[in-house]
Design a protein around this ligand. Structure first.
Ligand SMILES: Nc1ncnc2c1ncn2[C@@H]1O[C@H](COP(=O)(O)OP(=O)(O)OP(=O)(O)O)[C@@H](O)[C@H]1O
Length: 261
């Protein structure tokens, strides 16, 4: 299997109190698959992605990528976060080149940067500074930067969470095109049911307290998908029903915490 999560548990200890955040996460991802992780706030989606990225460690269990246990960050995994985190003193092109330079000549890095900036439709903005382009464009630079490293696995943590609806929709089209062109395996964390229905081969629906996998939904629909399709509506309602009791759980806990203060 390309990516295997084996019985992953994760706990955090704060002020002497240990909280189990992820419990028994068992998931296999095939090469070339687009898998979304969807769940209520706080269910551990980002924590799980961080463990796959090697930025955090499982308390129990392990994750294997192409047969090798993940022990820390690696070049075969590229990450895109909610905030683009570009260097403000570098141009768009230099931001994409930056992580490449230790391994290749400036010319080669520039050629790669051009290629991936064109892929995210920013070929005309290579010499701009990050502050001269919109938030959606900055996020496209972050995607180009991750892709330029040619990772086997692209990890995206709510990459469009901070963007408006129209920009999101444009980025969905770009990501879908990249996915089809590069055939990269993508693990994509989102809050948005519509986003996951539009983009995924499979949706991993998570429950909370502790974070567990409730259901894995397979979507065998051709791309590009129209979000109003009736078949997709069936899945939308199914996911909403799955998430409702989980969101109620979160609300109840928040109210209890507020009352005890
Ligand atoms: N470094 C940390 N130390 C202590 N607790 C943490 C840490 N990171 C995450 N947590 C806790 O783990 C739980 C899961 O957090 P996580 O950010 O993974 O959830 P999420 O599903 O990605 O949430 P959201 O959708 O709101 O981003 C939360 O209760 C959070 O407070």
């Amino acid at each position: 299997m390309f990516l295997s999560m084996n019985n992953v548990h994760k706990s955090f200890t704060n002020n002497g109190k240990t909280e189990l955040v992820l419990s028994n996460i068992q998931l296999d991802v095939k090469e070339g698959e687009f898998v979304s992780i969807l769940g209520p706030s706080g269910c551990g989606k980002s924590t799980l992605l961080s463990i796959v990225a090697g930025l955090a460690h499982a308390t129990e269990g392990s994750i294997e990528l192409e047969g090798k246990t993940i022990k820390g960050p690696g070049k075969e995994r590229g990450m895109v976060f909610q905030q683009a985190a570009l260097f403000p003193w570098l141009t768009v092109e230099e931001n994409v080149m930056f992580p490449l330079l230790p391994d290749m000549s400036k010319k080669e890095a520039q050629q790669k940067a051009q290629k991936y900036l064109q892929m995210v439709q920013l070929g005309a903005y290579t010499k701009h500074s990050p502050h001269e382009i919109s938030g959606g464009m900055q996020q496209r630079v972050a995607i180009a930067r991750a892709l330029a490293m040619d990772p086997a696995l692209l990890l995206m943590d709510e990459p469009f969470g901070a963007l408006d609806e129209q920009t999101r929709s444009r980025l969905h089209e770009i990501v879908e095109k990249i996915f089809l062109e590069t055939k990269k395996t993508i693990l994509f964390v989102t809050h948005s049911i519509a986003e996951s229905l539009k983009l995924s081969d499979r949706i991993v629906v998570m429950g909370t307290q502790p974070g567990t996998i409730l259901e894995v939904i397979e979507l065998n629909f051709p791309r590009p998908r129209s979000q109003s399709k009736e078949e997709l509506l069936y899945y939308e309602e199914k996911i909403q029903a799955l998430l409702k009791s989980e969101i109620d759980k979160v609300t109840e806990k928040e109210q209890k915490n507020a009352a005890s203060r």
